[in-house]
Design a binder for this molecule. Structure first.
Ligand code: ATP
Length: 236
């Protein structure tokens, strides 16, 4: 399978404080990859470096065969990386439908673009709330909208940063079901989350970070067989 994202030994600092020390990631088309680790391990900074928000000072990043580590964030996003950030960040004063339409763009010519109808099939709750303002939605509905909005850009790579954070178990489950559906449709995805038991059946490969380094990498089978590893580094 074609490589979508290749992160090669990146190092990143905030001012003089180095927080990433040689991160490697390799995600092929259609794969779901997870990035695990405790708070402060460097997961968000890794995403920020991929997106050019906090550029790496060394190493390289290839996306869809192009070097991107020196590109601006808007250019990287236009190449087809969609981030669902921690804290959702939807437009509060637009309706659900307007939030979705505002983001519609086809960045992936190789597939049929997402339509509102398909989004509403994925999250029927959003169809019911189509005319409601963003700020009238529950936390779970906002998260569904944030994911849907990212999908409306038809990304080559979807990235979710703690998408289930702060949600009720029931809503969390809906998000996991959605991610499984997207995987089955071939959506390449990088997921940051702490629910290892949910990520094992969802993702093809897992990377565990600690103190700015990848300390473990493997497939779901080997992660399942080494609970001591994730208890040590993820702590759940
Ligand atoms: P969390 O789940 O808490 O977001 P994380 O694994 O995503 O954790 P990062 O947010 O990437 O970790 O943080 C990695 C390290 O970088 C931490 O030590 C953090 O204190 C530090 N850090 C994060 N943002 C900044 C910043 N803007 N300036 C300085 N240091 C920062």
């Amino acid at each position: 399978m074609k490589t979508i994202l290749e992160v090669g030994h990146i190092a990143t600092a905030y001012g003089h404080s180095q927080v990433l020390f040689g991160i490697d990631l390799h995600i092929r088309q259609g794969e779901v990859a997870s990035l695990l680790g405790r708070n402060g391990a460097g997961k968000t900074t890794t995403l920020r470096s991929i997106l050019g928000l906090t550029p790496a000072h060394s190493g390289h990043i290839h996306f869809m065969g192009q070097r991107i580590e020196k590109m601006t964030t808007d250019k990287i996003a236009r190449m087809g990386i969609a981030l669902v950030p921690e804290g959702r960040q939807i437009f509060p004063n637009l309706t659900v439908k307007e939030n979705l339409i505002a983001f519609a763009v086809n960045r992936n010519q190789s597939k049929t673009p997402w339509s509102l109808k398909e989004i509403y099939q994925l999250f029927p709750r959003l169809a019911e709330r189509a005319g409601n303002m963003g700020n009238q939605l529950s936390g779970g509905e906002q998260q569904m909208l944030a994911i849907s909005r990212a999908l409306m850009t038809n990304p080559h790579l979807l990235i979710l940063d703690e998408a289930t954070e702060g949600l009720s178990p029931l809503v969390r489950e809906e998000i996991w079901v959605c991610l499984r559906k997207l995987r089955d449709q071939g959506q390449t995805t990088l997921v940051i989350d702490k629910y290892v038991e949910k990520l094992i059946p969802l993702a093809d490969q897992h990377s565990i970070m600690e103190r700015g380094k990848i300390v473990w990498h493997g497939n779901s089978e080997s992660l399942r067989q080494s609970p001591e590893t994730w208890q040590k580094y993820v702590g759940v």
